[in-house]
Design a protein around this ligand. Structure first.
Ligand code: C2E
Ligand code: CA
Ligand code: CA
Length: 415
């Protein structure tokens, strides 16, 4: 694999040669799904061969002046000089997709790879090598999220670029804050833990809705850093509750982080650092978009389960969170979306639906948890229906994690 600096140098050389000429070129990131699997199934050596064969295959579909670099796990950076328009790149893309209709190399790597691409143009999308690479990465992430073959970088509108740098810095410098919202056992009416929710007060934009910055992070590479931050911040506060090992803490995990190796290790490392058992963690996953690699996601979830963590299917009953996932995910709890919870008082059909979901959860040996409980009547109805846990403004608003810890830390033993 090539050093990132070498790739950046090659891009810089292109930038230099275009200076003042009005010429354009494209940086394309090609992600080839399937390569990692080869390495896992047949060993490192075959994996390295497959990487090289994939690089050659990409090269064969391009012009002699184009350059292809192996730039990471399943990832290649392609430099396409003298691209007059997006149509030229589309042509290159079509040829590349066609090339992958055959095996990587019928002699040495008789397997198929599935390419997804993201493209950034110089000078339209960036003035330096690092920015062009990042934007091509953002585009390929977007392509994967949308399930498309190839996507051109889309400028995010005024201000959004600052947003990226600002959010990156906020995460790195630990400027986000963890809020905990209590989760209550409906039968005992006791708090049994909390869901961890991120908060960001940006000096430029003020308080930014989590839905907004989480989605933004998901669209860029920041989701990894955000996830790492979230795991550590949550467990650090959980550890401060020492002695309350009966509490569990729910961490929201974007399905995007399941396709990158290392998530399980990251969780286990953090648990070890903070001296907590894996049963402390409930991994909450939401289907906000198509899962790119369902098999891989299920494998990672299973590993989390094998280590003793719990898994909640979040926002159940909305969008993509479908019954199909329930049968495949090794979940331990089903979290009923607040749009359903909020309607059980007013809509008889929703009441029946929620009741049915609670029964379905129990039938599948899952716990049922309702979110968005905003009043006593709703709480009573859910308790009546046999719902196990609940969360909502009526039971406790999200509060700074330190306040939650202060409220629930065990009393010091009397002298
Ligand atoms: P979510 O996982 O569905 O989280 C529950 C949301 O409902 C939270 O919104 C919470 O403040 C809100 N909520 C709690 N009780 C009630 C209630 O009684 N009524 C109503 N109407 N809302 C209630 P929040 O904090 O704005 O978070 C929005 C979303 O952002 C979360 O939805 C979650 O998907 C995501 N998110 C938040 N923090 C993180 C994080 O650290 N990592 C990741 N990956 N996602 C996060
Ligand atoms: Ca959640
Ligand atoms: Ca939710």
């Amino acid at each position: 694999m090539l050093n990132r600096n070498q790739i950046l140098a090659a891009i810089q050389a292109q930038i230099d040669s275009c200076a003042g000429t009005g010429k354009r070129f494209a940086v394309q990131i090609v992600r080839v799904r399937g390569l990692r699997d080869i390495s896992l199934r047949f060993g490192w050596e075959r994996g390295a061969q497959a990487d090289e064969d994939a690089r050659m295959l990409i090269g064969q579909s391009l012009r002699p002046i184009d350059q292809v670099f192996h730039s990471g796990d399943e990832s290649f950076t392609v430099l396409l000089p003298d691209m007059l328009s997006q149509n030229h790149v589309l042509l290159a893309t079509t040829r590349l997709v066609k090339a992958f209709e055959q095996p990587l190399n019928s002699a040495t790597s008789p397997w198929h790879g599935r390419p997804t691409m993201g493209v950034a143009f110089f000078p339209d999308h960036g003035a330096d090598a690092d920015q062009l690479c990042r934007r091509a990465e953002i585009a390929v992430d977007e392509a994967q999220r949308l399930g498309e073959r190839s996507v051109f970088y889309r400028p995010m509108g005024p201000g959004k670029e600052i947003f990226y740098e600002e959010l990156r810095e906020a995460i790195e410098l630990n400027r986000l804050r963890a809020y905990f919202q209590p989760v209550v056992n409906l039968k005992t009416r006791r708090v049994v833990g909390a869901e961890s929710l991120a908060r960001w007060n940006s000096p430029l934009h003020g308080e930014v809705e989590p839905a907004e910055f989480v989605q933004f992070a998901e669209r860029s590479d920041l989701i990894w850093a955000l996830t790492r931050w979230s795991i550590n911040a949550t467990l650090r506060h959980a550890a401060a509750l020492g002695g309350r090992q009966d509490f569990t803490f729910a961490i929201n995990l974007s399905t995007r982080v399941f396709t990158k190796p290392g998530l399980v290790e990251q969780l286990l490392d953090a648990l070890q650092i903070w001296g907590l058992p894996p049963s402390t963690v409930v991994a909450e996953i939401t289907e906000t978009a198509l899962v790119n690699d369902l098999d891989m996601t299920v494998r990672v979830l299973r590993r989390l389960r094998d280590h003793g963590m719990r898994i909640a299917v979040d926002d159940f009953g909305t969008g993509y969170s479908s019954i199909a996932y329930l049968s495949r995910f090794p979940a331990t709890e089903l979290k009923i979306d607040k749009s359903l919870t909020g309607a059980i008082q007013t809509d008889a059909r929703t009441t029946k639906l929620v009741h049915g979901l609670i029964n379905l959860a129990h039938e599948m040996d899952l716990m049922a948890i309702a979110e968005g409980v905003e009043d006593q009547v709703t709480q009573d109805m859910l308790t009546e229906m046999g719902c196990d846990f609940a969360q909502g403004y009526h039971l406790g608003r999200p509060e700074p994690a330190a306040d939650f810890v202060a409220r629930f830390a065990p009393e010091p033993a009397p002298l």
